[in-house]
Write a protein that binds this ligand. Structure first.
Ligand code: LER
Ligand code: MN
Length: 278
């Protein structure tokens, strides 16, 4: 199994990121701790020093496997489902900037909170259909923008307290099937995050099994979003399902920096590697 850790390129109010701030230092730290790759959360693509990061990644034999976009929503409210077209357009433009970085690393683009949420309970199903249609349009534009480099996209089911669009894996899967004629499904997968799954999935382990063909990336955190081993999720069972289904992607640790950043990053990898032995 290959392991990575989430690093925020800039300081952020988003909690479950162990490493944030000085990118170069954090990349070196991840490598020294034994990680195989890094997942970078980027807010503004203009200030990202591509050549510098490329050199550092190569020197430390790491991979940049994915780029997060959540801060574009979290810090600025831009999103793909907003009824206001200019907000959607800005969200797409900003994501294109992130794609321009991804092209240098062959990294995937994470579609998490940037899909937005529905701000009314009235006619919810109708609103959801409209939101899905808008998200589909944005995705189509981004797929076409990155067609030549064949960049992949990952849609992440996120728990109900953060959004009301796609809380469970089956909802993302249904969305993909609904628009399969319009979206290049070879380039879109599901990002399964164990913290959200513990809140939303009927049985986490079964969902890993049922959607194994579409799960292309994974976030690990325990039930309380502390590092694996600090809560009550059975990670041994998850690793077993992943091995059985020959999961080829990365497992990225996206968790609270508790008890402190370095201990979280070290304990998480150590705990999971002990379960990943055959
Ligand atoms: C992002 O990967 C995530 O898991 C969400 O909780 C973002 O708020
Ligand atoms: Mn996540």
């Amino acid at each position: 199994m290959k392991y990575s850790i989430v690093i925020s390129v800039s300081k952020t109010k988003f909690g479950p990121v162990v490493f944030k701030g000085n990118l170069n230092e954090n990349i070196i730290k991840a490598s020294r701790m034994g990680y195989d790759g890094v997942e970078l959360a980027v807010r503004k693509s203009e200030s990202f020093k591509i050549d510098e990061v490329k050199k550092l990644i190569k020197k430390h034999n790491l991979e940049v496997l994915s780029l997060g976009t959540g801060q574009i929503y979290g810090e600025e409210g831009l999103n793909f489902s907003d009824p206001n077209k200019s907000i959607r357009d800005k969200a797409v433009e900003r994501t294109k900037g992130i794609i321009d970085i991804a092209k240098h690393f062959n990294a995937s683009i994470i579609i998490g909170l940037i899909r937005g949420k529905i701000n009314t309970q009235e006619n919810f199903d109708e609103e959801l259909n409209k939101a899905e249609e808008r998200i589909r349009q944005c995705l189509e534009e981004l797929l076409s923008y990155s067609e030549k480099e064949s960049i992949n996209f990952l849609i992440e089911p996120i728990n109900r307290y953060e959004t009301n669009i796609f809380n469970r894996l089956d909802e993302v899967n249904n969305f993909l099937l609904k628009f399969r004629e319009k979206l290049d499904l070879d380039r879109i997968g599901i990002l399964a995050d164990t913290f959200h799954m513990n809140i939303e999935e009927p049985i986490i382990y079964k969902s890993f099994e049922n959607f194994s063909n579409v799960i292309k990336h994974i976030h690990f955190a325990d039930s309380n979003r502390w590092p694996p081993g600090y809560g009550h999720i059975d990670f041994k069972k998850i690793i077993q399902v992943l091995k059985k289904n020959r999961y080829k992607g990365f497992i990225s640790f996206e968790m609270l920096p508790l008890p402190d950043s370095d201990t979280a990053a070290k304990d998480a990898l150590e705990f999971i590697k002990k379960l990943d032995f055959w």
